[in-house]
Design a protein. Structure first.
Length: 214
């Protein structure tokens, strides 16, 4: 089994991106599966192109994309990507699309095909704060998740795919306001490893209440 896991380069004035920094710390094999690590640019369009090339090259059984969500206090496994982009800040090539669709012939939204709740449960069982998220935002993270699920829906239905948002790493919050949520990079890596194990162990998702009330 092969699992492709991608992380973004730094953006928004940050010197590091905990998504890819944590990925680099993962072992090359988890639960008998080969782990393929790849960095993608925080650029509209180019992130999806890089991911598509990675899938074509490696032909993985599952794909997990990882991105930074500064301000969130735990690992958040995304349930849905929407066909919409509305950038609050420019990407790393100064693009700032507003009120645009990602794919003209794509569905309004696609659900993750990895076992989202099982991934959250596995992280919680191992002491990692985690939750299901029902919004991946409207920046490059959502666009990449949508590009992934669009591609799998159209061309690779046998490949499972999903997205995980991670908090700021501890070192990123040194000069940020008091109370800014953060997580140790080693804990982020542990959460990713747990998530990968859940994908390996669960072909179908578990049934457990993890919804929100707001």
């Amino acid at each position: 089994m092969k699992i492709l896991i991608t992380g973004f380069d730094p953006f928004g004035g940050e010197s590091v991106n905990p998504a890819y920094e944590a990925i680099k710390l993962l072992p090359d094999e988890i639960g008998g599966a080969q782990i393929i690590k790849m960095e993608v640019p925080t650029v509209f369009g180019k992130a999806g192109e890089a991911l598509k090339a990675g899938i074509e090259t490696h032909q993985p059984d599952a794909v997990i994309c990882v991105g930074q969500a500064g301000g969130r206090s735990g690992m958040s496994v995304e349930k849905v990507a929407i066909n919409y982009q509305d950038a609050r800040i420019p990407d790393n090539e100064k693009q700032q699309p507003i009120d645009q669709v990602i794919e003209e012939d794509g569905d309004t939204a696609y659900f993750a095909t990895v076992p989202v709740k099982a991934m959250v449960a596995k992280m919680r069982e191992n002491g990692i704060p985690a939750f299901v998220s029902y919004t991946a935002g409207t920046f490059v993270c959502n666009e990449l998740m949508y590009a992934l699920l669009y591609l799998l829906h159209k061309k690779y239905p046998h490949i499972r795919g999903g997205f995980i948002h991670v908090p700021f790493a501890m070192q990123q919050t040194v000069d940020k306001p008091n109370g800014t949520p953060a997580m140790a990079l080693s804990s982020i890596t542990k959460g990713l490893e747990c998530s990968i194990l859940a994908v390996i162990e669960n072909r179908e998702d578990i049934s457990q209440a993890m919804g929100t009330t707001h």
